[in-house]
Design a protein around this ligand. Structure first.
Ligand code: ATP
Ligand code: MG
Ligand code: FE
Length: 352
């Protein structure tokens, strides 16, 4: 089955074509991502109106390019998928409306995909990975530990009570005068910094739940920076290293707790899977490896370009849902808020 997928939830415009064979194996036929980072850099964050306009300007060209690279015509598709939420309303309308138009004209099934479900299922596109597995999703907008039990079947084990981890990296970069997006800039600066110079808090560590909190850490970092101002280059490096170490310590503790909560409820996970831009951070990758090892769990880290927002993940989630006959009608609407545990599940075999 061949599916076109569109991603427009935030600041990436993306179109991709993927194939899912009868055994559930995936293949990427094309995967085109256009990042709007340059449009938003001057503002230090994503500006929703600029994002929506940029999606309109480039999406049709990206789709043409994705179809051409895949070497397929629209009438050869088995379905059209678009991310219908969660995300910024302007972008969601652009992607979903475009997918509806293609589905209508070419008489193809439409799949309105939950962006988080797409992150959750991406590991199965490139790996032979059975359910259930434990997902650690850490991006600019989300920080969650999720039990992935099947297509459409997700149980949230932990979540952030305030900021997402990527967002905290972005805000730290802004306070320290580093480039946007902040994650890679903070990681680079941290390389030559002293992680022990500042005693920043480790929020949530030791709690029996698997939730996260970043706001106290973020404030502590800002106060240290204000005390030292004006900051030398070495101050910035040491602040970045101390911040990254505090985040890593929190994530290690929260994941260990999350994995044991998973085992209590669902048995041994088939794997620990990471997704989201933060999963490309080397310090985070190292601790994920350590967590998996001491839980005797396989670690599955999709390639960085499949961890950040892309069209292949939407197309793949569309294909996984299509395989269960889960399609949507043309009156389906965008959903700026759409918790992962509320997506529609396949019917149990035999149920009405
Ligand atoms: P979502 O809607 O899923 O939250 P997003 O576009 O905000 O999407 P991604 O594209 O998955 O998220 O990732 C971007 C985020 O990841 C940014 O906040 C960025 O700072 C962070 N990030 C990227 N690389 C790194 C890194 N090396 N270290 C830490 N954070 C990183
Ligand atoms: Mg993004
Ligand atoms: Fe995302």
């Amino acid at each position: 089955m061949i599916v076109l997928g569109l991603e427009t939830t935030c600041d990436e415009t993306a179109a991709a074509v993927v194939e899912r064979d009868a055994d559930g194996r995936g293949r990427i036929l094309s995967n085109i991502v256009w990042s709007q980072i340059d449009e938003h850099a001057a503002f230090g964050g994503v500006v929703p109106e600029i994002a929506a306009r940029a999606h309109v300007e480039v999406l049709d060209r990206l789709i043409a390019q994705a179809m051409q690279e895949a070497g397929r015509r629209f009438d050869e598709l088995d379905g059209v998928a678009a991310a219908a939420g969660p995300g910024l309303i302007g972008g969601l309308i652009v992607g979903l409306t475009t997918a509806k138009a293609i589905a209508l004209v070419h008489e193809k099934p439409l799949v309105a995909v939950n962006h988080l479900e797409a992150h959750a299922l991406t590991a199965r596109l490139t790996n032979d990975l059975p359910f259930p597995y434990c997902l650690f999703l850490a991006s600019g907008g989300h920080t969650q530990i999720v039990a992935v039990r099947g297509v459409g079947d997700y149980v949230r084990i932990g979540t952030t009570l305030d900021d997402a981890i990527g967002e905290a990296f972005d805000k730290t970069a802004k306070v320290l005068g580093l480039d946007y997006p902040g994650g890679p800039a903070v990681e680079r600066a941290a390389r030559d910094g002293d992680p022990a110079r500042f005693a920043l808090p480790r929020p949530m560590v030791g709690r029996p739940d698997a939730d996260f909190s970043l706001s106290g850490l973020k404030t502590a970092l800002r106060l240290e920076a204000e005390k030292l101002a004006p900051l030398s280059d070495q101050d910035v490096r040491d602040l970045c290293a101390s911040f990254q170490q505090a985040v890593a310590d929190m994530v290690r503790d929260r994941l260990r707790t999350g994995l044991s909560l998973f085992r209590e409820q669902f048995g041994q996970p088939m794997a620990l899977v990471a997704a989201g831009g933060v999963a490309s951070n080397q310090a985070i990758r190292a601790l994920l490896n350590a967590c998996a090892l001491d839980g005797r769990t396989v670690l599955v880290l999709p390639r960085p370009e499949l961890c950040t927002d892309n069209g292949a993940m939407i197309a793949w989630a569309g294909a996984e849902r299509l395989a269960y006959g889960l399609t949507d009608t043309l009156d389906v609407g965008p959903r700026p808020r759409w918790p992962l545990d509320t997506v529609r599940k396949p019917r149990e075999p035999g149920s009405a």
